[in-house]
Design a protein around this ligand. Structure first.
Ligand code: PHE
Ligand code: NA
Length: 445
């Protein structure tokens, strides 16, 4: 059977940027920045994105294009008869876990979009009205089902007709909406306090946990460490350059995260709210912010619609990883794989939803079920996957071969010996230190 390919370099960049740009840039980025002390965290994040994120993203794409396989098959092809395929296997598992809670949060976004159409009302009990979409029993399950159905539908339609087409429509729409929201946020009276929270660093808040959070956020936001880029890279044509496309993907993702910060923090501060409320920032604090802002209904609608679009182009990449695995390795049809695996993920998504209603007593290290899924996937599995991928590329596949794949054909950015030092030594050691210290702190406390 012929493997599908992106029809153009732009198609690939938009699809991969669609995977990268998601709830991670808006919901997750803003609340982690809010709880980890603002600008100091942002600075740390930018350093990690450039020194670890970009080289690893490029490496994953190269592994995918070289082998034309899903993550498990890719490791098998480059290191036959070795246990390295387990790294790809952990990626597929991470895809399951992440999509299970991702679809819940995406479902909230859909619910809020629908709610925003009927109107935010400053005089009504708007917070309770919205929060019901999270804490009651059935609505979040129904919206989760609707979101999974959309995701499954796109993936069943194929790489070009599904993923690439959805990204080509949704990514430009997302850009326009976020720019409008930034203008709205920055022109509110009192916006300056939010800008300085976001831009003037205070290092007194930085601890080992901040480093772990920054690494976890960087991997999550770039869709890194679980083979999403291996999978998307496997549909890339040999004549398309890798290093420049990777720079575009990282650049677009980072730009959207920073823009989201400029849309959210000025509004939060201008209307007298606190940024440190945690995972509820976008869903509990922001509705209150919108309700007390001029034209808040319109901007609230745009914000949650933006969140839903961003989530959809990322969710399809999560499902594509598990679908590509079972299609390549077990010979399933794409349609059967999309419906079956999507259905299973719907079910594994139930515990994190129920953690806000009937299972709200269940806590792990102080986290609810959704945060627990997120912690294990984002702060543990993704960095570990990234570390092992770096070691694999440098010492098993060998940097010479990786660089050759990355540089053919040559782009504006060309990879050389710095890559060997960075990916072979500095990146794995840095991730290992941060993970060991950060997890130790988290579990001891
Ligand atoms: N990068 C996506 C986001 O920022 C999430 C994601 C993680 C998607 C891992 C695919 C793989 O929302
Ligand atoms: Na992202």
């Amino acid at each position: 059977m012929n493997r599908e390919q992106w029809s153009s370099k732009l198609g690939f960049i938009l699809a991969a940027a669609g995977s990268a740009v998601g709830l991670g840039n808006i919901w997750r980025f803003s609340y982690v920045v809010g709880t980890e002390g603002g600008a100091a965290f942002v600075l740390l994040y930018l350093v990690i994105i450039s020194l670890i994120g970009y080289p690893l993203l490029t490496t994953e794409i190269a592994i995918g294009r070289k082998t034309q396989r899903n993550p498990v098959g890719a490791f098998k092809a480059l290191a036959p008869n070795s246990p390295w395929w387990l790294v790809g296997g952990m990626g597929v598992l991470a895809g399951f876990v992440i999509l299970s809670f991702y679809s819940i949060v995406a479902g909230w976004s859909l619910a809020y979009t629908a709610k925003a159409i009927t109107g935010f009302d400053a005089t009504a009990d708007f917070t309770g009205m919205f929060v019901g979409h999270i804490t009651s029993l059935w609505p979040p399950i129904i919206w989760h089902a609707i979101f999974m159905a959309l995701t499954i539908g796109i993936i069943a339609s194929g790489v070009v007709n599904g993923i690439q087409r959805a990204s080509k429509i949704l990514m430009p729409a997302l850009f326009i909406i976020i720019l409008i929201l930034v203008v709205r946020g920055l022109t509110l009276p009192g916006a300056g306090a939010g800008v300085s929270f976001f831009l003037s660093p205070d290092f007194s808040e930085v601890t080992s946990k901040t480093f772990l959070r920054a690494i976890g956020q960087s991997f999550f936001t770039l869709s890194l460490g679980m083979g999403a880029l291996i999978t998307y890279g496997s549909y890339l044509k040999r004549e398309d350059n890798i290093s420049d496309s990777a720079a575009w993907i990282v650049g677009i993702d980072t730009a959207v995260a920073l823009l989201a910060g400029f849309a959210i923090f000025p509004a939060v501060f201008a209307l007298g709210f606190e940024p440190g409320s945690g995972a509820g920032l976008a869903f509990m604090t922001l509705p209150a912010v919108f309700a007390s802002m001029p034209f808040g209904t319109l901007f609230g609608f745009m914000f949650f619609f933006l969140l839903a679009i961003a989530a959809l182009t990322s969710a399809i990449s999560l499902l594509e990883v598990v679908v590509a695995w079972i299609v390549d390795e077990k010979g399933w049809s794409r349609t059967k794989a999309a419906f079956t695996l999507g259905g299973i993920i719907f079910l594994t998504g139930l515990p994190p939803t129920l953690g806000f209603s009937v299972l709200s007593d269940i806590k792990f290290l102080g986290m609810d079920i959704l945060d627990t899924y997120d912690f294990f996937a984002s702060d543990v599995m993704l960095p570990l996957g990234g570390l092992l991928t770096a070691v694999f590329a440098a010492h098993v596949w060998k940097t010479k071969n990786a660089i050759e794949e990355i540089n053919s054909p040559k782009g504006v950015i060309s990879f050389g010996n710095w890559y060997t030092v960075l990916v072979g030594y500095i990146i794995p050691i840095a991730i290992a230190i941060v993970m060991i210290v950060g997890i130790y702190d988290k579990v001891i406390k």
